[in-house]
Design a protein around this ligand. Structure first.
Ligand SMILES: Nc1ncnc2c1ncn2[C@@H]1O[C@H](COP(=O)(O)OP(=O)(O)OP(=O)(O)O)[C@@H](O)[C@H]1O
Ligand SMILES: [Mg+2]
Length: 428
């Protein structure tokens, strides 16, 4: 689906370069002619809205292009987080966008037909967020979506996440899904076998040590079961509480939980680190390693109290995985976890959806520049080659921005290619 999305964006983009560039404001108000496929027609209607938005009357006088309205529809706690503010400040500084924060009250208490209109929507689920309402809004107003709304349901259920990963040819740990939906408490699905050393279902045997994860993606109570040869017992992981993210219970008898649906998967030895990957579009991924909570459950922090992270260079396989995760879930801004198995291959064990890197100026610059390219490519491709905005607040010219290029691009395609060259730049 996203592939189609991208194809139509590219189609719209290539069509647009055959269009004469607007020379004055009245021409600037006319959207590029893009009749034909459905998706592009939607783009056209969005453009019409953008180019006739109220409050733009004085644009005629200043001969500037109207601003593209970006809607932020997420709970305030997330929408106004430090990384989000850093990236939005940079987006605003281009001078091409204006930002409308929907806010918790609007999102939670008002009907979607009263929600603000926008050309491009940044929206994602978190605790307390009415996802189905936001999906209705997206269907009603059809803004350009940075992260697909309909696909965000999948992220709520680890079973659906793993199915999607497998369907998309993305490596996941060998696992079984113990589905107890609709079964009586403590009942096992037919054919499920549990012994002291392994569990087995539908012909797949998972030996201890193994990892048991609740189907509910928001339930972070993950158990690791150890065989007798490793001392037995169970390590219980949970959401960080101060400096702890897990406890080992040596006396646990080692029986799996039966109170709901779970995934049971092979334990992959990684040398004690998790790799956290953050995509911004399919061609950019920032990666960093952290100590795995599996090691001893103690969170390691730097002197300033932040969880210690190490820069990571992604292998070609991992870069391809990042691209595939981003496309498969339709989430351009997407965080996920990679396990670098000692077998020499990396596996995806968790997809979190919308997530930004914290405390990296280089990443904030990159993310803002790439989002600009993505949004303009989709909504107003002719503006990709417009002269640079003021760029206040940028440490470096962001990728995709004309000021970041040594040679002026001759086409929108070239501009995106130049941006892409920088996107798997791992020097961060
Ligand atoms: N198959 C596995 N083998 C080894 N370690 C694993 C495996 N699956 C998960 N882990 C470890 O457990 C941690 C938590 O697992 P996972 O990321 O799936 O759960 P989560 O609680 O949803 O995480 P998050 O906090 O990122 O949402 C991982 O970061 C990793 O260290
Ligand atoms: Mg995780």
């Amino acid at each position: 689906m996203l592939d189609e999305d991208l194809q139509s964006i590219y189609a719209a983009r290539s069509r647009s370069i055959t269009q004469p560039k607007p020379r004055n404001s009245s021409q600037g108000r006319r959207p590029p002619r893009t009749s034909g496929v459905g998706r592009v027609v939607e783009d056209e209607s969005r453009l019409k809205r953008a180019f006739s938005a109220p409050g733009l009357a004085d644009e005629d006088a200043t001969h500037t292009l109207p601003q593209i309205r970006i809607g932020i529809c997420a709970m305030d706690k997330k929408a106004r987080s430090k990384p989000m503010r850093a990236i939005l400040d940079r987006l605003i500084s281009f001078g091409e966008f204006d930002i409308v924060h929907f806010g918790d009250d609007m999102i939670v208490n008002r009907p979607v037909d009263q929600w603000p209109r926008c050309d491009c929507l940044l929206s994602w689920n978190s605790e307390g967020f009415p996802l189905s309402k936001a999906q209705k809004y997206a269907a009603l107003r059809k803004p350009y979506l940075i992260n697909d709304m309909s696909m965000q349901d999948i992220l709520l259920d680890r079973r659906r996440v793993y199915r999607k990963l497998m369907e998309s040819g993305i490596p996941v740990p060998t696992h079984i899904i113990i589905d107890r939906d609709g079964l009586a408490e403590n009942e096992n699905p037919e054919g499920f076998i549990e012994t002291e050393d392994y569990v087995e279902f539908q012909g797949v045997k998972i030996k201890k040590p193994f990892v048991e994860k609740p189907a509910d993606g928001d339930d972070h109570n993950i158990y690791i079961y150890y065989p007798h040869s490793m001392g037995g017992g169970v390590k219980k992981l949970y959401r960080k509480v101060e400096n702890k993210s897990g406890d080992y219970d040596p006396k646990h008898p080692g029986n799996v939980r039966r109170d709901g649906s779970y995934i049971v998967e092979e334990f992959l030895t990684t040398g004690g680190t998790d790799v956290k990957v953050y995509t911004v579009g399919p061609r950019y991924a920032h990666a960093e390693a952290r100590k795995s909570p599996v090691v001893d459950g103690k969170v390691v922090r730097s002197a300033d109290g932040k969880e210690l992270r190490f820069p990571v260079l992604l292998s070609p396989q991992e870069k391809e995985v990042a691209r595939m995760v981003c496309l498969a879930f339709g989430q351009k801004v997407c965080g996920f976890d990679l396990l670098r198995s000692e077998r020499g291959k990396s596996f995806v064990c968790d997809v979190n959806g919308w997530s930004f890197v914290k405390n990296s100026v280089k990443y904030y610059d990159d993310a803002a520049g790439i989002l600009r390219s993505i949004i303009l490519s989709a909504i107003a491709p002719h503006r990709l080659t417009a002269p640079p905005g003021p760029m206040a607040g940028f440490a470096t010219p962001p990728p995709g921005h004309p000021a970041g290029l040594t040679q002026w691009p001759t086409s929108p395609e070239q501009m995106l290619d130049d941006a892409a060259n920088d996107q798997f730049d791992d020097d961060r």
